[in-house]
Design a protein around this ligand. Sequence first.
Ligand code: NAD
Length: 477
Amino acid sequence: MYTDLLFYIDGQWTAGCSGNTATVINPSTGETIGQLPLASNADLDTALAAAGRGFETWSNTSAYDRSAILRRAAALVRERHARMAECMTLDQGKPLAESTLEAKSAADHIEWYAEEGRRAYGRIVPSRNAAVRQLVVREPVGPVAAFTPWNFPINQAVRKIAGALAAGCSIIIKAPEEAPGAVIELVRCFHDAGLPEGVLNLVFGVPAHVSDYLIKSPIIRKVSFTGSTAIGRQLGALAAAHLKLTTMELGGHAPFIVCEDANVEAAAALACVLKFRNAGQVCAAPSRFYVHDAVFEPFARRFAELAAQLKVGDGFDPASQMGPLANARRLMMVQELVADARELGATLLTGGQRMGDKGNFFQPTVLTDLPEQARLLNEEPFGPVAPLLRFSDLDSVIAQANSLEYGLAAFAFTRSLKTATELGNRLQAGMVSINHFGLALPETPFGGIKSSGHGSEGGTEGLDAYLTTKFISQVGI
Ligand code: NAD
């Protein structure tokens, strides 16, 4: 059921030349499912040279022809989504229904960029002399180095691949070593769609080594990273030293504000879906729940009830609504955060325990009565743990919501247009979603502010990320 674990370099599938491998584990069972090759410097040099040549070819291919290849890739993704989803559930653990949705939506992302790439318009600036033409043109920035994480293996990769390719860039992507299968299947779709050699290259390796080597290379002109704030800082500093453009999609700690006038039932139901989707390993997941005193009891009761009802199990079991954590590191971290909160006097409304001793399963967990210094309220939890807090006035809850260094997503429930407008204006986040979940569509920008990073993926901004501006002034002689 799994896939051949290989790099894709210069249009060829290869195990590279290092001979080093990493073990890929099924997080539901703890069993080894494959050995992934890790890139040597020689492999990276081959990928860099290929990306350099690929850029020459692809940037000189018309936007119309690029679009046609991207659309073919999207069609193949749609055709093969089931295979990609299986690989993802096997090595990442999420329920098959979630994997399927992610795989299918990859086709939407590619199609969006296929169309948007044809609209990378420039402009003509009126000149001071009638004989002079002043043109502003948009050009692909150059070969891109991209680094994507294990929580949404397809989604994180496809946004970077499709954005870069639509703009006319070539790309080397280092996908997650812990969940490589679905990205390999995704790249196969681009290969089979007829993408020229060298335009897209996929490698795996020791992350710190690969990123250091690629970012320092003069061939690379742009760096796009999705992952933790700590690693984003390191890669951002390295990119700055070499004056490379960056897009940074980093950690978050999203507030979810339930106002006095909210539809409590709808808020609790959505909170449960958003918090426990992908076992909470979502950068934009709500992770601090601020609930007005007037509705705290009914919200807490309903939310905890829904969380306790979730069926946790192997992602291939159709009954499973939540899978395991993707790796043992996450399981340990979630256990630590819950233990810290409990030591500080938090009350457990549901969950709180590891499940079984095989795989990385942890119960959907809801806590309340946490003191401000609890780690859970300050560190990105990235797991199925929800802290509930009370508030009594809007100003103080907005101040609390904005008090962390993060600024990725924010959520709120209110029936008042005035309150909704105020929250939309005053919450410090790259994305605010009110009374529903409306984030992460191909046509809308996805990205954070403050320590959650900079730049957007999706929307017209997602294409801009891979374009530079050139000004041409000409006069006929
Ligand atoms: P981590 O910080 O070690 O790694 C995060 C991701 O970055 C992984 O995919 C990893 O392979 C990659 N990475 C690590 N060091 C790198 C380097 N020097 N160069 C290039 N890539 C590198 O943490 P982790 O234990 O894998 O994940 C946990 C934390 O990561 C979470 O707390 C969360 O904040 C963050 N994370 C964020 C996202 C996101 O969508 N923004 C996704 C996954 C993980």
